[in-house]
Design a protein around this ligand. Sequence first.
Ligand code: SF4
Length: 621
Amino acid sequence: MLAPHLHRFERDDRCYVIDTHTCFCFECDRISWDVLEYYPREPVNRIYHLLRDRHPQKELEEVVGELEWLRVTKAILAPLDDEAFFKKAVYAGGLKKLTLAAASLQEALSWLNRAGLLLLARSREEKDITLSLRLDTLNAADWGQATVVLAEIGAAARLAGKHFRLELDIPFSPFPETIMKKAGCTFRYRLILSEASFLENLVGGLTSLNGKKPAGAFKTLLENGAVESIRVGVRPDSETFHSVVEDLHKAGYGNIVFDLPGVWRAHPCLAPEAVVDSLEANILYYVDQLLHNAPFRVEPFALLFKAIHNGAPMYRADPSGIETLVADGEGALYPSLPFLGNPRFILGNLTEGVLDETRCEAFLLSGALQTPECLRCWARGLCGGGHVAIHYARSGDIRHPDAAWCDAQRRWTGAVVAAFNRIASVGINFDHLAASMGPRTRRFSLLGAAKALFKGQLGLRPLLEGDATVLVQWENWNRSAYFLCNETGALTATRYDREMDALHPPPYRREWILTRMNGTPCGLLKLQPVPEKQMARAWLYLHDEELYAKSALQHTLQTLLSELCREGQLRHILTPVTANETKLAAALTAAGFVHAGTQREALYRQGTYQDVDIYTYSAED
Ligand code: SF4
């Protein structure tokens, strides 16, 4: 039997609900909790009847109305047809990451070429591929020979249309020795390079990583653009690692990743509940920092938040044997790092160029949708069926999760949901946050540019949940094209609608709020690209009409639009203007728009048909 669609749970006297199919979750009050005991299993009238002694019918109707709204928008109870289920259950991708684990670069060198060929040959449709060098020590002087081979692999990857990255995975000490002893963890840095040509520039930086101030060396490498990102890998060696994220963050490390499969491989007898206690302490610190506007990245926390926010469950957490392979210093191939050195899991070898497909197939059957225990488990969308290495370490069978570990894992999933709700309830915009957590690239940031453009005049930021009240006041019975000439044009909105817009913006639309320099909202900007036609629809609304006349707005609007066109590869932007919006029309004209035409009698309002003018901005002009 599958896990119920909606799962309720309590934590610290608070009630939460999670949709086990979409991972949409929310904190609910007591009345919603009671309704959800029966919803959607029972007919609505029966729910009212069953709860008639506990809650007034009017309030019950409100709760059911909100749940129905979530259902209509497919946030909850979205049906998954058989074909979609099959697609999610069966993995059909290629190899994304190959790790070469060796004592030194010298030892790795003899396998580097074959490892690169294997990665390219088995990557199939995957566009982003990574070759990881996991070394016990790094001698920067050995780079000369390695750069030649890596440049060859990089060139072959480019010819195959792939984006090739190199990762260096090296042990290091992030703290002075006294703190290291207290930390009780093993640390490694994982340095990502996007272009082999950067390798030569890296040699000096690598030497400084072994020095006394690695945090400073990380910063310099990132600022120089020699590396794309540097993560600190943490493998706790005991159950008590409550403050490791805090210690690392305070020491200047802003990109941290827990190696949880590695923990269980190295220490299979740790108490799962105690490990979760420590993880909870770390996620609490992380959330506190996010709430204090100090975004940094801790995995797997940030990935889990993103999965909940995007409503994108992760049904397969473990890429072992399919998306990842590991080669050791003798060329033997394993499914992933936790299996390294275990002869039972050798899948082939680089020496003879052999990979046993039947042994690899066992790993295709992992993941939450192919494991009977997981199909019955409410946490499957965020746990993803756990890691086969953990199951093997705890139960001796890669396909059989250990019950005690799963109990703790479900408690951990509950902690993640509660932590997410703390962030979501104060209106942190996750698209913005996720972007700031992403790997460092040289891509243009529209939001960053817009902030700079409007500097000194107006501010620009994503919608927040807390904007809902003012948005509803602006929108209701407002006759501007911003609210009338769109796919709904309903002229009425509820605070709940606008909160949902901020928390779960539709993927096809981007919307920002314009603010005065004191932070007060003063307008809205919305963009809806139509990529196949290389065009976008845009809407602009300023609550105080006098702002349209500001020359700074017109000038910065023009610059912003040209960046939007460049970033989104758009040729035209179309904006509707109603007959009463003469000031908007003048501002658009000053910003480079031209009047493209009139949609005759396109708008039915107050008993008459009215024209709508269309202004167009062309990237080519
Ligand atoms: S591994 Fe355990 S906790 Fe994770 S989804 Fe499966 S049954 Fe649930």
